[in-house]
Ligand binder design. Structure first.
Ligand code: NAD
Ligand code: MG
Length: 400
């Protein structure tokens, strides 16, 4: 790592992006912002760019560019270069003037830029789990081919990474770390862990987004309520740690204090604990292999009093079951699971789909995909084409 780590934050206006800028600002002597990107909130982006002295911002289109320029109220001399469009996003992720890329765009929309960072051999801080679900083999091969450094930001995977043996620091392993028996992914169970299934019919977006422990973007909040998020994380863990599905277990832990665990052959279980604040895994990855301040305080275990655990309920949370099925069915099914979920969650958030129909849309898309002739997913174009097919199918279901 260079003396000064130059960071690109993709999705800087989101929940992860804001936490990332918070951590970077605590370490002006060792890291700086090179570029920021945002999709809609141009006023917030302008404020962030002025505060962080970003050299570049990336926006989706010319209208957004005009809004960014109108919102700019820093000095004219300090105004960043404004790049426009999806290609500019990927190019900026691969820009030779940056060392580290935080991939924190939500959804498969973040795949091309995350992949570009991996292909360019960057230190990739991967928050965007949808990229790995849709293109796990492609992404991990790119990391291996370029020698990129891949550091998981998702709290569970960051916890597992921290608990793995030091010899297992390879950025993209091809087999499970030696001596590891299982990965134990913790799940809070979300806001409906104990809800009466009959009440779920009338769940509103506000209720689904009211997560008991974490404050996150709306899409991942809905995913946490359905536990599809945990399903995506099982697939993510499979690719990140080369772990077969039968050696990945989900355990419900409502307090979200243990962020995940690694079980070893000798019976030892190592856990990583901390407050539910994403600045901890972000700081871990930005500072790696050193530990740096994140702004997160310690744990008051006596006050916490207890930690609870229970098995996940696959009947209550069909999205979790569908995720394991998709992982076992192969890569095309994982693309279908993710794309159908994105369509269904957006429809739910816009009031066009009942909450209880989210797993039905996903199941229909998985069945439709299983009935088609097999597809090759050798390139980004292949993945994006299948993703588009599934979106078109799910969007035409009549209920979405
Ligand atoms: P968010 O909705 O708060 O922010 C999303 C960001 O992506 C915004 O900056 C937005 O402008 C940008 N964006 C949205 N659509 C885009 C598009 N089509 N093209 C380009 N940019 C686009 O989301 P978040 O909660 O910060 O989550 C970001 C990613 O991190 C997700 O993949 C999520 O699963 C993952 N993640 C989040 C958390 C969390 O605590 N928030 C935890 C673990 C993993
Ligand atoms: Mg997580």
């Amino acid at each position: 790592m260079n003396a000064m780590q130059r960071v690109v934050v993709l999705g800087s206006t989101g929940s992860i992006g804001v936490s990332t800028l918070d951590v970077i600002a605590r370490h002006p002597e060792r890291m700086s912002v090179y570029a920021l990107s945002a999709h809609s909130r141009m006023e917030q982006l302008a404020e962030q760019a002025a505060a962080s002295r970003a050299a570049v911002v990336v926006v989706p289109d010319d209208a957004a560019r005009a809004r960014f320029l109108a919102a700019w109220n820093g000095s004219a001399g300090q105004r960043p270069e404004v790049r426009v469009g999806a290609q500019a996003l990927a190019d900026t992720a691969a820009d030779s003037r940056c060392d580290t890329v935080m991939a924190a765009i939500v959804g498969a929309a973040g795949l091309p830029s995350a992949l570009a960072a991996a292909q360019a051999g960057k230190r990739v801080l991967l928050a965007n789990k949808e990229a790995l679900v849709a293109a796990g083999p492609l992404f991990m091969n790119a990391v291996r081919a370029s020698g990129a450094e891949l550091l998981p930001i998702d709290s569970e995977h960051n916890a597992i990474f921290q608990c793995l043996p030091h010899g297992a620091r390879a950025s993209a392993p091809t087999e499970p770390a030696a001596g590891v028996r299982r990965l134990l992914l913790t799940a809070s169970g979300g806001p409906f862990r104990r809800a009466d299934p009959a009440d779920l019919e009338s769940v509103t977006p506000e209720q689904a987004c009211a997560h008991p422990n974490w404050s996150m973007g709306r899409k991942i909040s809905v995913d946490s309520a359905t536990m599809l998020n945990k399903g995506l994380e099982v697939i993510e863990a499979h690719w990140l740690f080369a772990m077969p599905p039968e050696r990945i277990e989900v355990v419900v832990h409502p307090q979200s204090v243990i962020h995940s665990m690694v079980e070893y052959e000798d019976g030892s279980v190592l856990a990583q604990l901390g407050q539910p604040d994403m600045r901890t895994p972000i700081a871990y990855a930005l500072g790696f292999p050193e530990r740096i301040a994140s702004g997160v305080g310690g744990l008051d275990l006596a006050r916490l009093g207890r930690l609870d655990f229970e098995a996940p309920d696959f009947d209550r949370f069909p999205c979790l079951r569908l995720s394991f099925e998709a992982l076992r069915a192969g890569q095309a099914a994982s693309v279908a699971l993710n794309a159908a979920n994105e369509v269904a969650v957006q429809a739910f958030l816009e009031g066009r789909l009942r909450y209880t129909w989210i797993p039905r849309v996903i199941q229909a898309a998985l069945e439709w995909q299983a009935g088609r002739s097999s597809v090759t997913l050798a390139s980004l174009g292949d993945v994006l084409a299948l993703d588009a097919d599934i979106r078109a199918y799910a969007g035409n279901l009549g209920v979405v």
